[in-house]
Design a protein around this ligand. Structure first.
Ligand code: FAD
Length: 507
């Protein structure tokens, strides 16, 4: 007899959907085990455009259910995580010969009226001259404006995982699910620690496949199903360039091919430009921006900005793969962005639930729908609860970010304004846990560069499953944008020493 404990739910995948499901489930009283083969958010969930949005463009594809649900989520998520999510205004310059003004007006009217907007300012359905027009070519002096939200996507994942673990879930990173088989009404799941090669077996009543772009691979190779073809993999790339404009608003540019791109203020000193849409045939691990995508984004942005965007302006790029539910659309940009949940098993066979597609914006609703299905198999445990439950560090008023920065500065007067803001943006009220009893910058330990102190690195290793320099520099923070090669190597060396002691400590 196997004496290992039986978990109610085993979740494959530590992206936003897996972590959101794990958090909701453990909060309702289920025992949960989650395995992520790489780092949290190392898949699609750190490579998004980072918008908490209804998706103005999806209205053109009649995705009213998705747009309405996503619009309603904007304020729910903002209130629960005001450190990493905040409102953003978007300027949509009117471009002659592209979408007619009446169509944009109609879209903005619907956007404002179907989504339960209370705190976000309304859009302007009348075109007006805007100071945000300054960096644009003189041709674009009239624009529409509307509200959506911004999210630090990778941190949203880490905070869901942190909260799930605080409530009792087991969260394992660098742990690959290598096989899952049904045995005596349960799942026996073989997991491998990818750092040590060690293999373990875990048993669970129900298996959730939230492997994002790997969802079909898990079905085919891990679960052993035949003829698997549920998702269409669509690559999207972004480039980061030096700041192109000072305005806090973002731009929504229409392109002649019917697509759109965004130019968004990013990390104080940069502008983020994206995204592209092209079918992706390869292994999602290998995705990276192509020359054609760089040319496309430079050309599309240069149509609008007075100063052209050049290859030499690029500071960083990132790419990710959308795991879109395959609805047979002919063009990548037309495939549905909605999620689809499918169950398999029951009546004696241990259930498997698969999540296909979805948006960062709708992860919480996807988790609620998944829980409804889970409870159909395992019985009801608790009510939906995540709509009014702040994520770690998000327990301050949605409109109180500046006050929260002041509070931190009062408690730690040695912090300069920039660092106090950065720490509040990343950690919210938990910045105090990170800073502990520090009375000066020297008490924060070694400065690895760009004000990334040892105290922050240790906090991320001990509380947020960070193991490598890349986890810290590119997912938990974006300090990588400011780091030299030598600084990265020094951090890597420091972390190698730390991580062996802390791999399990974050659980
Ligand atoms: P992932 O984040 O990929 O997570 C799946 C995880 O499963 C991975 O980390 C992977 O390592 C793990 N895994 C796979 N196989 C195994 C295994 N065998 N064992 C253990 N672990 C495994 N949404 C928005 O709301 N707003 C946006 O602005 C937005 N912009 C986007 C822009 C682009 C270019 C892209 C690509 C997507 C965008 N999205 C946006 C969509 C959103 O990013 C995705 O829907 C979401 O991140 C998918 O999350 P996920 O958890 O399903 O997948």
């Amino acid at each position: 007899m196997d004496a290992s404990p039986i978990h109610d739910i085993f979740v494959i995948g530590g992206g936003i959907n897996g972590c959101g499901i794990a958090r909701d489930a453990v909060g309702r009283g289920f025992s949960v085990y989650l395995a992520e083969m790489n780092d949290l958010a190392s898949g699609t969930s750190s490579g998004s455009t980072k918008l908490i949005h209804g998706g103005l463009r999806y209205l053109e594809f009649y995705e009213f259910r998705l747009v309405r649900e996503a619009l309603m989520e904007r304020e729910v998520l903002w209130k629960n995580a005001p450190h990493i999510i905040w409102p953003m205004r978007f300027v949509l310059p009117y471009a002659k010969g592209l979408r007619p003004a009446w169509l944009i007006r109609l879209g903005l009217f619907l956007y404002d009226h179907i989504g339960g907007r209370k705190l976000l300012p309304a859009g302007s359905v009348a075109m007006s001259s805007v100071p945000a027009g300054k960096p644009l070519k003189p041709l674009f002096r009239k624009a529409f404006e509307y509200s959506d939200g911004w999210v630090n996507d990778a941190r949203l994942v880490a905070l869901n995982a942190r909260d799930a673990a605080d409530r009792g879930a087991v969260i394992r990173t660098r742990t690959k699910v290598v096989s899952a088989r049904r045995e005596s009404g349960l799942w026996t799941i073989k997991i491998q620690n990818v750092l040590t090669g060690e293999i373990e077996e875990v048993r669970a009543r129900l298996l959730v496949n939230a492997a994002g772009p790997w969802v079909d691979q898990v079905l085919a190779k891990t679960v052993g199903q035949n003829d698997v073809h549920n998702v269409r993999l669509v690559q999207g790339s972004h480039m980061v360039i030096g700041k192109k404009f000072d305005d806090p608003r973002a731009y929504f540019f229409q392109n002649k091919d019917g697509r759109i791109i965004f130019a968004i203020p990013y990390e104080e000193e940069f502008t983020l430009i994206g995204t592209t849409d092209r079918d992706f045939p390869g292994d999602p691990h290998e995705v990276k921006i192509s020359d054609t995508e760089i040319d496309y984004l430079c050309a599309a942005a240069s149509e609008y900005f007075a100063q052209p965007v050049k290859r030499s302006d690029i500071v960083w790029t990132y790419s990710a793969v959308r795991p879109l539910y395959d609805d047979g659309a002919s063009k990548a940009q037309e495939a549905t962005r909605d999620y689809v949940l499918k169950a398999d098993g029951g009546e004696g066979a241990a259930p498997l639930l698969n999540a296909f597609g979805g948006k960062i914006t709708t992860f919480r609703r996807l988790a609620e729908s998944m829980l409804e299905k889970i409870e159909g198999f395992l019985g009801k445990r608790g009510k939906p609860w995540t709509a009014n439950a702040p994520l770690p560090g998000g327990d301050f008023p949605a409109t109180g970010f500046d006050e929260q920065v002041s509070r931190l500065k009062n408690a730690y007067p040695f912090l300069d304004q920039r660092l106090a803001r950065r720490l509040t943006r990343l950690y919210g009220t938990r910045a105090e846990k990170l800073l502990g009893l520090a009375k000066s910058n020297a008490d924060l330990g070694r400065n690895f560069g760009a004000d990334l102190y040892e105290a922050e690195v240790r906090y991320l290793v001990e509380n947020e499953w960070a193991i490598t320099a890349e986890d810290v520099l590119w997912r938990r923070t974006k300090r990588g944008l400011h780091f030299s090669r030598e600084q990265t190597a020094a951090l890597e060396e420091f972390m190698r020493g730390l991580s062996s002691r802390h791999v399990a400590a974050a659980e």
